[in-house]
Design a protein around this ligand. Structure first.
Ligand code: ZN
Length: 171
């Protein structure tokens, strides 16, 4: 089922999510809805709190991006084990319709999580998949991409976003 995507400044986007105790049928259904919602919105990653569910679950599918690997992932209770390098990329976010901002993140991350079957997995992501992962991990921790900006860059991004919202309301 395609769910409604929560947009900033909804409170659920600004609070850390809770860890999943048990990967059960309910989580299975949540993951299915998250993929459907993400594909419907033409996104490449989605965090559970973006559909209003405050649990540590993310889905990623980087295959729509031509120069990225075809990677489809479900990560539950994800954590970064180690990271290296830096990379800047102009990111978008389904919770900030129309806004894109340049964010600097680690270029390579080693990640620990549970998969959709509740099994522990460890994997290494680099470049675009690493960027998407870190963007979604931030969501799960109650952080949005504008929180990665400082000073006037943050103010300008917020101002631009408010303007986009006002324009969207007029239509
Ligand atoms: Zn986002």
């Amino acid at each position: 089922m395609v769910r409604e995507i929560v947009t900033y400044p909804a409170e659920v986007l600004t609070k850390p999510t809770e860890k999943v105790d048990c990967v059960d049928r309910e989580i299975e259904r949540l993951v299915k809805d998250m993929f459907e919602t993400m594909y419907h919105a033409e996104g490449v990653g989605l965090a559970a709190n973006q559909i209003g569910v405050p649990l540590s679950v993310m889905v990623i599918d980087t295959s729509p991006k031509e120069d990225a690997p075809d990677l489809k992932l479900v990560l539950i209770n994800p954590e970064i084990v180690s990271s290296e390098g830096r990379i800047k990329y102009k990111e978008g976010c389904l919770s900030f319709p129309g806004l894109s901002v340049e964010v600097e993140r680690a270029r390579k991350v080693r990640v620990k999580a549970l998969n959709e079957h509740g099994e522990p997995v460890e994997l290494e992501l680099e470049d675009f998949p690493a960027i998407v992962f870190q963007h979604e991990l931030d969501h799960l921790q109650g952080i949005t991409f504008i929180d990665r900006l400082k000073g006037w860059r943050r103010r300008m991004a917020l101002e631009k976003y408010r303007k986009l919202q006002r324009e969207a309301q007029k239509v």
